[in-house]
Design a protein. Structure first.
Length: 301
């Protein structure tokens, strides 16, 4: 929403200021200049990037427009599932936790935290490293090095649309000059016409330069930076998992371990200690109730 509001403000200021200076707004309407610039930009973007990056770029633009960043509820679910799994691992042992890791889709623990359960990549990330903890042969510093490498790979993949759009933004002024040159060539072909006609043709040609610069610095560059910010925010749950699990592997209690993860969340979205405690106590109570029910069923049998 802020992107659309910003574009409206920029466009209104541009056109309004031009009109206030006495310019003819109709001169700016040069659809074929737009076709040349946007067409060449799109073509070069397709040439420079594989299909996967192009598809991800479309997805990333949607994320930026909707500001699809993790909310407090998402962070609470991440912290909650980490606490539940760590608590189960410490209280019951590896054999009891392994079914949840091997089949998270049907796991009752994962079902309690739908935002994590539906996030396939994050769910896999959590399960992979809990599986390594269950195996028990890896040392904390080895797990940390492995996590850093995987997070670096994930970040590179997520930032590809940002990098591709940044390159396009740098190229747009030059593409605008290409459109302007074509307009000048057209104007030179009508050099024998009246100054009024020739002036209109040259003005239309210069619109190409204007559009290239405007699209670069007022649209594509801000959009690319917005995508970068959104993608960095969407990496935060992975950092929470990393810091919490490393603290747990180094001997911290589950409640203390998730505090290590909570501290990595930005202040605006970070749930309070009380909120995290209420979340973990609620699900912990649910887990305790299930255990009592299971023991009662075994006793009745």
């Amino acid at each position: 929403m802020t992107i659309i509001i910003g574009l409206i403000i920029a466009g209104a200021s541009l056109i309004g200021g031009f009109a206030a200076l006495g310019g003819k707004v109709s001169v700016l309407w040069q659809p074929f200049e737009v076709v040349i610039i946007c067409g060449v930009a799109l073509g070069t973007y397709v040439v420079a990037n594989p299909v996967k990056v192009i598809k991800d770029s479309i997805k990333s633009v949607g994320e930026a427009l909707l500001n699809s960043v993790p909310r407090k509820r998402d962070y609470l679910d991440v912290l909650g599932i980490l606490y539940a799994l760590m608590r189960e691992l410490r209280a019951k042992g590896r054999n009891e936790v392994e079914p949840h890791i091997e089949d998270p889709v049907n796991s009752e623990i994962f079902r309690r935290f739908p935002t994590v359960a539906k996030h396939n990549a994050l769910r896999t990330f959590v399960c992979d490293y809990f599986r390594l903890i269950i195996v028990g042969n890896a040392r904390p510093h080895e797990i940390e090095a492995l996590m850093d490498e995987e997070l670096s790979t994930i970040a590179r993949d997520k930032m590809k649309p940002y990098l591709a759009l940044s390159v396009l933004a740098e190229a747009l002024p030059a593409i605008g000059i290409v459109a302007a040159v074509l307009g000048v060539i057209k104007a030179m072909g009508a050099i024998d016409q009246s100054p009024q006609i020739l002036g209109a043709l040259i003005g239309a040609a210069l619109v190409g330069t204007f559009l290239g610069i405007f699209l670069s610095y007022a649209l594509v560059t801000p959009l690319a930076n917005n995508i970068k910010g959104v993608r960095e925010s969407r990496m935060r749950p992975y950092i929470i998992v990393k810091q919490s699990l490393l603290a747990f592997m180094n001997g911290a209690a589950p409640q203390i371990a998730i505090e290590h993860g909570r501290k990595t969340i930005n202040a605006a979205s970070r749930p309070s200690i009380d909120e995290v405690e209420n979340e973990t106590m609620t699900h912990g109570a649910a887990s305790l109730g299930e255990n009592v029910q299971e023991l009662n069923q075994k006793g009745a049998a």
